[in-house]
Ligand binder design. Structure first.
Ligand code: SAM
Ligand code: DTB
Ligand code: SF4
Length: 331
């Protein structure tokens, strides 16, 4: 075990060694949670949580073979293929999200990478959602540097593109694009001046080392992603990963805490999979430094705890939602 300088935790570093990351993840849970919560408090209000709402603007028939995903054309999940939504439908959903209290609206499309016409459609959506005073995020698959710049120019705030797992385990999950393709998209997004939202999925049969390697890769990018979604696999019938043994909830908590320690100023989002989590597990994740969730009835194609359920949870835990005033820079 390398010597870990626990007093230095809280500094933003991109030179973590894998051994340091492994040692953090392996701390006794009380030490891990103590340091994660201590570090969380250096940069954030510990009782405030940012909330985003998702909308699938183009669902299903995706050519990629991601083993977890209900939208892949390779898996028979019974999901209807939908045409791209029109701007009016997107605006209506964004208005409902804003009225419900979300500060960011994330538009997802089941693309390998957007075609020029598809990018124009999303740019129109971004302009319309921005005009409502919401932050915007999009997740459309791989982007070229030029496409990333076009989205930035249209006013997009964040781009979500996940590494999903470690480079070593990645080949077990996706064969139709490489880890390097993902890193290249992340580089294009960063260079365009967009904020980066990048994380992964737990519970796909990966090892603890895979989880730590994923976090280590994220934390040693040239700059930390502003937002790090930690998804728990939502098992969907018809996908190859359906029926895997469930993730140990304490492994989820450890991953959140290690993400908090490695990327002290990033938002760590407790993302997919919350319908399967108890209030107590979610409370431990917030203690471990998670400070963002998806809010609303649906993720992209699968259910999410509804707003009422989450309002009850927040009341039970004494948490409050970030408001637009928290996220809008003072003029
Ligand atoms: N097609 C684009 C892409 O993959 O980049 C954007 C949409 S894709 C659905 C966005 C992310 O959702 C994936 O990278 C994956 O991390 C997550 N995701 C998809 N299906 C999931 C599932 N069943 N459980 C948990 N996360 C999932
Ligand atoms: C992320 O990391 N998780 C979200 C968002 N980014 C796009 C998506 C979760 C999708 C869960 C499966 C579904 O609803 O289709
Ligand atoms: Fe397609 Fe994205 Fe699903 Fe992979 S995760 S199959 S790229 S929609």
């Amino acid at each position: 075990m390398p010597s870990l300088d626990l007093d230095r935790l809280g500094e933003v570093r991109t030179n973590w060694t894998l051994d340091e990351a492994r040692a953090l993840n392996a701390l006794p849970i009380n030490d891990l949670l103590y340091h994660a919560q201590r570090v969380h408090r250096l940069a954030f209000d510990p009782n405030r949580v940012q909330v985003s709402t998702l909308l699938s603007v183009k669902t299903g028939a995706c050519p990629e073979d991601c083993a977890y995903c209900p939208q892949s054309v390779r898996h028979d999940t019974g999901l209807e293929r939908d045409e791209v939504l029109d701007v009016a439908a997107v605006v209506a959903a964004a208005e409902a999200a804003r009225a419900g209290g979300a500060t960011r609206f994330c538009m997802g499309a089941a693309y390998r990478s957007p075609k020029p016409k598809q990018l124009e459609q999303v740019k129109d959506m971004v302009r319309a959602v921005n005009a409502l005073g919401l932050e915007t995020c999009a997740t459309l698959g791989m982007l070229s540097p030029g496409q990333a710049r076009e989205l930035k120019d249209a006013g997009l705030d964040y781009y979500n593109h996940n590494l999903d797992t470690s480079e070593a385990f990645y080949g077990e999950i996706i064969t139709t694009r490489t880890y390097q393709d993902r890193l290249d998209t992340l580089g294009a997004v960063r260079d365009a001046g967009l904020k980066v939202c990048c994380g992964g999925i737990l519970g796909m049969g990966e090892s603890e080392l895979d989880r730590v390697q994923l976090l280590h890769t994220l934390a040693t990018l040239p700059a930390h992603p502003e937002s790090v979604p930690i998804n728990q696999l939502v098992q969907v019938k018809g996908t190859p990963l359906d029926g895997l043994p469930p993730l140990d909830p304490l492994d989820l908590v450890r991953t959140v805490a290690t993400a908090r320690l490695l990327m002290p100023r990033s938002y760590v989002r407790l993302s997919a999979g919350r319908t399967e989590m108890s209030d107590e597990v979610q409370a431990l994740c917030f203690l471990a430094g998670a400070n963002s969730i998806f809010y609303g009835e649906r993720l992209l194609t699968t259910p999410n705890p509804g707003r009422n359920r989450d309002d009850e949870l927040f009341a039970r835990l004494g948490l409050t939602r970030e408001t637009a005033a928290d996220t809008t820079p003072a003029a």
